[in-house]
Design a protein around this ligand. Structure first.
Ligand code: FAD
Length: 461
């Protein structure tokens, strides 16, 4: 009988089945460096039919599949389990969607576009922009994160405040389910109440139910005018209050981000940047307004009414000055990665609880990991804090458990936007009841009865 590699080569061509260790290695470790393990190889199908044939081959051979897009996920869902994790059976094959880069012309009548699973966010943004439109989700990993991965994780990012997360942008999805059936809802219908919404079931399923091959995405009118303000404030509570006032006084507020002096110092040191303001503040609130006219004037007027003075504010209206202010926020992830392998916790609470969460996280991390470096930032309008702890060994999850339990004790979630992946599998029961997890397992069994897709991600293998 032909080997698995031979069978896969028949499907996708020998050049797209990678088995040499140095070719496979980059696919086996995640962006943070914390998660990863051995794989049998990497296969790169180019079409839905090839995805179906790869899946069928793996099911026949009893080989599990790990689905991978841009490999920018932060919870270990797109890479194999570590060699020390309990892994019954054979090492998985990584199915990379990077060759599924088909991007149809933008439909300027319906304001939609169909993108292959491997198309990057940046490519969708560029295509939409060239047609005078925009895409509602944006995040710092835009150059690598793929549409398939973003649908699979229901990615959030900086514009959730105004446009919602990935779920709100998905009109329809095409996917090969774990048992080989194909679901294809790319017709662009905005109204279609004809049964279960299988496309939305794929959103946030983290590669456990089906392999997304394409998505039909909603686009928005472009906002030619944009203005950014960076405000230094005394506390998280003050940032939340300032945001509430700005929401009342401005139209088109499309981002509200928070970070802290220690994170800003790290960014400035690591990237050799001057501080954004002449005075240091404990907390920084970065807001962006976007629209067709008078955006900057409206933002400046609102800040004036709030009594914000020039020492505590920087405004960016020109694209270059706006980008300069955004860089202080967006470079946090890379700056933290330069310190070592971070423990990344992505928690959310109701916005009015954010200040309490921030203080409680500081106390908790000091208690369980007194030597660790803690850097936080987040999407303040969504009640979402990214908690990064550097110091404890990658395999020690004491600090992870402490922060996740804390968020739950404040009525929050253990995953605001990154998903459960392998990282938070053990904590799912903190936020999903026995009945809910049992219903999730039933859905998994119905669509992927052999358990071939992403075993050990989101649900136990
Ligand atoms: C610098 C940086 C900033 C980030 N900022 C944000 C942010 O603001 N908001 C946010 O939500 N996330 C953020 N992320 C996380 C990450 O970019 C998102 O989770 C993104 O959606 C992952 O896309 P990907 O293509 O890299 O997916 P991968 O990392 O390859 O995979 C992620 C998950 O999706 C599954 N998957 C991938 N492709 C498919 C497919 N075609 N079909 C089915 N399952 C699939 C994988 O199995 C895995 O479980 C950031 C990451 C980095 C590195």
């Amino acid at each position: 009988m032909a080997s698995l590699v031979d069978q896969l080569s028949e499907v996708v061509g020998g050049a797209h089945v990678l088995t040499e260790a140095d070719m496979v290695a980059p696919y086996c470790r995640d962006w943070t460096g914390r998660w990863g393990g051995p794989a049998a190889g990497v296969v790169r199908p180019a079409s839905t039919a090839e995805v179906g044939a790869v899946l069928e081959t793996c099911r026949r051979n009893g080989t599990p599949i790990v689905v991978q897009g841009g490999n920018t996920g932060l919870v270990g869902g797109g890479v194999p389990a570590s060699a020390t994790a309990e892994r019954p059976g054979r090492p998985p094959l990584i199915l990379s969607t990077t060759r599924m880069r088909g991007l149809e012309p933008v439909d300027t009548t319906c304001w939609q576009v169909t993108a292959g699973a491997g198309v990057t966010l940046a490519a969708v943004q560029e295509a939409a922009g060239a047609s005078g439109l925009a895409f509602g989700v944006d995040l710092a990993a835009r150059g690598s994160a793929t549409i398939g991965g973003m649908v699979a994780t229901n990615a959030g990012g900086i514009h959730v405040l105004r446009y919602g997360a990935m779920r709100q942008q998905v009109v329809g999805v095409e996917a090969v389910l774990g048992d080989g059936r194909v679901v294809s809802r790319l017709d662009g219908l905005l109204k279609d109440n004809s049964g279960y919404d299988l496309s939305q079931l794929m959103v946030g399923s983290e590669g456990t139910l089906g392999i997304i091959t394409a998505a039909r995405l909603r686009l928005l009118p472009a906002s030619p005018e944009r203005a950014v303000a960076l405000l230094g404030v005394a506390s998280t509570a003050e940032a939340v209050r300032a945001l509430a006032e700005l929401r009342e006084m401005t139209e088109g507020l499309d981002a509200a981000e928070i970070f802290y002096q220690d994170g800003l110092d790290l960014v400035c040191r690591h990237f050799h940047l001057p501080p954004p303001l002449n005075t240091a503040f404990p907390v920084y609130l970065l807001v962006e307004c976007a629209g067709r006219v008078r955006v900057a004037d409206a933002l400046v007027d609102a800040l004036g009414v709030m009594g914000v003075d020039e020492h505590s504010t920087a405004i960016g209206v020109e694209p270059s000055s706006a980008a300069r202010l955004w860089a202080y926020r967006e470079l946090h992830t890379d700056a933290v990665a330069s310190l070592g392998v971070p423990h990344k916790l992505d928690v959310s609470v109701r916005v009015d609880m954010l200040a309490e969460l921030e203080q409680a996280v500081r106390r908790s991390v000091r208690r369980v990991a007194p030597e660790a470096t803690l850097v936080m930032w987040g999407h303040v309008g969504d009640g979402n804090l990214h908690v990064n702890v550097i110091g404890p060994p990658a395999g020690d999850d004491t600090v992870d458990v402490a922060v996740l339990e804390l968020a739950v004790s404040l009525g929050g979630s253990i995953s605001a936007e990154h998903g459960i992946g392998r990282a938070k599998l053990a904590q799912l029961a903190l936020v999903r009841s026995d009945d809910e997890r049992s219903a999730m397992r039933s859905i998994k069994r119905a669509l992927d009865p052999a358990g071939v897709l992403n075993p050990g991600v989101l649900l136990p293998a």
